[in-house]
Ligand binder design. Sequence first.
Ligand code: ADP
Length: 319
Amino acid sequence: MKRIGVMTSGGDAPGMNAAVRAVARRAMSQGLEVYGIDYGYAGLVAGDIFKMERSDVGDIINRGGTMLYSARYPEFAQVEGQLKGIEQLKKFDIDALVVIGGDGSYHGALRLTEHGYNTIGLPGTIDNDIPYTDFTIGFDTAVNTVVESIDKIRDTAASHERTFVVEVMGRGAGDIALWAGVAGGADEIIVPEKEFDIAKIAENIQALRARGKKHTIIVLAEGVMHADEFMTQLKAYGDFDARSTVLGHVQRGGSPSARDRVLASKMGAYAVDLLLQGKGGIAIGTENNQLTYHPVTELFDQKHQPDLSLYEINKSLAK
Ligand code: ADP
């Protein structure tokens, strides 16, 4: 093992830069050469590849986004694209590749592994929807961003005695909604993993109002439905002076939290150590506060489950 490549792919997440830095610096300190690949799988196929120096990753640990850029490149689902990517890696004499990304990026890593090319996946996504890891890089920062926004919405909701439906990201997963909902003191958390009854929610809002709590915050995971649609359904049961807010891409940006920086640093360094031990075709995670890895071929046999105890806890705290 002499040369490794590193890239970020799919949806960007705060802490990706810290992960790139950790991979590059650990590898360089072990005498490896590191090549950065810009624009994810699109850049891989196009040969957008450059040799990294220690200074290339200076002053990025604190920055959101990704210095290696990211891209969507659906063509990588075709064998032709995958083989072209491997051709480029061979042309640059890159022995192994570290991919930092989410679910889609992991599928790309799986394909490379199936073709016999050594690849390691690091979970970089705000959604936290990757199996075999309690947390993904970027999740903690996104949750903190959402909580800050909920705090602000609470001020205006209270002043006007309104009901707010706050739509948060997460794709098909309810993790951001659950964590931010509990931390933000939401009255209701609506996630794809739990059924809900809109008539019951309307009843709860009415009961809260009758008890003197005139403003309500509902945190809605985007995987359930859009906030506007939810509000329209809710209004069939009463006006509640309801408003909807879609937090959108603000959740993907910002300086990574200390937790995300530490997680990215640990996982990035671990990826290099595993490669040096001859391991590959794996995805890295953190389970019960321990770094772990699993064959990427097994990753999709397992379905990610959010911590649904948060849902139950919130039911009793919101009353
Ligand atoms: P994320 O990694 O954040 O889930 P995407 O789903 O957009 O983001 O995936 C990122 C990239 O991974 C895609 O643009 C594509 O290049 C690659 N990819 C996604 N799905 C597959 C697949 N089934 N096979 C090969 N490559 C894939």
